[in-house]
Design a protein around this ligand. Structure first.
Ligand code: PMP
Length: 447
């Protein structure tokens, strides 16, 4: 055996924390105090030093039903032994069709078809490609522009970072795709600070779309993509009436509206999807994360019949969408997803955030007045506490809160100087108090 193969068979040295180039993480910082998770059950992680950490973020906003739920575990175990893999090109497997039918039955009315991917980023790129392909297929190929929003996060694919509004993406990777532009964001601390739930002010920010239509002409724009509630950039909520106005403007100008529900989908706000919560239906809806409870990677892009039918009943030369992934509708993901939907239904989890949301809001808003806190935002089981940045070090304070919180046994997330929480939907009221109460202690202790 060549020496390199022999080396590959050796158990990895646990002190090598450089081989794995970690995503969105400074390896050189992590190495000083590694945080390694070795187990998880229901609301808790177990750390490598044997501690229990309360999961205040549902992993990365994905483990909505809590960890290691028996139905899901069993479904995946059964599936891997029965049919481990099957291609989805020119053939299929029954669970892919069953899962798609279950999902479209759950999805908001009108979103009757679903395309499977392996992540939110891929589901976003799929949505953008479908929007462009749809416009071309119906003879509107001049509509090539894609409009996103400042502070939008749409994953890490080239399409997603181009329509997204994350400044560090521009700084790190350059300008992104041509033909994209951005609406103003809806973050307005001056008018909306400490708003409980949906903020009152700012519906008129949707009219910013008129600016872009005037600039580019509607006949060059294919679609507009927004997160109904921006999650990763700090839980930025749409002002009352904003999404309705955006929908009306898209209709007025013949633009497709895409909602990125990667975070808001599957019960986070207290309804199955944000689309249900707000009563505003997009033409395309992007999901991932909670679709399989985070157990097997999967994303899904839902489309309306208006779009699907162009491909199914369109001109002879367009009979398929020229797009797909080796692992689209992977059998393990479909099995995990079906068991996840069962778990959500049996335990009423897709509406639970509306039942405990008030308790969560009360706990969060009680943090007002603690050191460094300058804003608090919430909806359903997602909330954010914004801290006053230390001058010249805009992420430092929240990151030290994250480290201290982990030490004290709770998992939170930070983005810039904003702390976000999005616990599994099974969280008890006592655990809500524990999570937010521990955060209060953390805020009292950090500089
Ligand atoms: N869109 C949104 C709104 C997201 O929050 C995320 C991930 N946080 C993504 C897309 C990308 O999903 P993934 O990390 O699964 O590619």
């Amino acid at each position: 055996m060549p020496p390199s193969s022999a080396a590959a068979l050796q158990p990895a040295p646990t002190n090598n924390l450089d081989a794995f180039w970690m995503p969105f993480t400074a390896n050189r910082q992590f190495k000083n105090a590694p945080r390694l998770l070795v187990g998880a059950k229901d609301m808790h992680y177990t750390t490598s030093d044997g501690r229990q950490v309360l999961d205040g973020t549902a992993g990365l906003w994905c483990v909505n039903a809590g960890h290691a739920r028996p139905k899901i575990v069993e479904a995946v175990q059964r599936q891997v032994a029965e049919l481990d893999y099957a291609p989805a090109f020119q053939m299929g497997h029954p669970k892919a069709f069953e899962f798609a039918a279950r999902l479209t039955a759950l999805a908001p009315k009108g979103l009757d078809h679903v395309f499977f991917t392996n992540s939110g980023s891929e589901a976003v790129d799929t949505a953008l490609k479908i929007a462009l392909a749809y416009q071309k297929a119906r003879g509107e190929g001049g509509r090539f522009r894609l409009i996103g929003r400042e502070r939008g996060y749409h994953g890490v694919g080239f399409g997603g970072i181009s329509v997204g509004g994350i400044v560090t993406n521009r700084k790190t990777f350059g300008p992104g795709l041509p033909g994209t532009d951005h609406l103003r964001h809806t973050y307005d601390r001056e008018r909306n600070a400490y708003s409980r739930g949906i903020p009152e002010h700012g519906a008129e920010l949707a009219d910013d779309l008129e600016r872009l239509v005037a600039l580019h002409d509607a006949s060059t724009i294919a679609a507009v993509i927004v997160e109904p509630v921006a999650g990763s950039t700090g839980v930025v909520l749409p002002p009352k009436g904003y999404l309705e106005r955006l929908r009306a403007l898209c209709d007025k100008h013949g633009l497709l509206l895409i909602f990125d529900e990667v975070i808001t989908g599957f019960g986070r706000l207290g309804a199955p999807f944000a689309t249900d919560w707000f009563g505003v239906t997009p033409d395309i809806m992007v999901t991932a994360k909670g679709i399989t409870n985070g157990v097997v990677p999967m994303g899904a892009t839902f489309v309306s019949s208006k779009i699907y039918d162009v491909f199914m009943n369109g001109p002879e030369h367009i009979i398929e969408l020229f797009h797909g992934y080796t692992y689209s509708a992977h059998p393990l993901a479909c099995a995990a997803g079906l068991a996840t939907l069962d778990t959500y239904a049996e335990e009423g989890l897709l509406t639970r955030a509306s039942e405990v949301g008030e308790r969560f809001a009360d706990a969060l808003h009680a943090l007002k007045g603690l050191p460094h806190v300058i804003d608090i935002r919430n909806i359903g089981l997602v909330g954010a506490v914004e801290l006053e940045p230390i001058e010249g070090q805009p992420t430092k304070r929240a990151f030290s809160a994250f480290l201290k919180a982990y030490e004290k046994g709770i998992m939170i997330r930070t983005t810039g100087d904003i702390i976000a929480m999005s616990p599994p939907l099974i969280i008890s009221e006592a655990q809500i108090d524990e999570l937010v109460g521990t955060l209060a202690d953390v805020l009292r202790e950090i500089d």
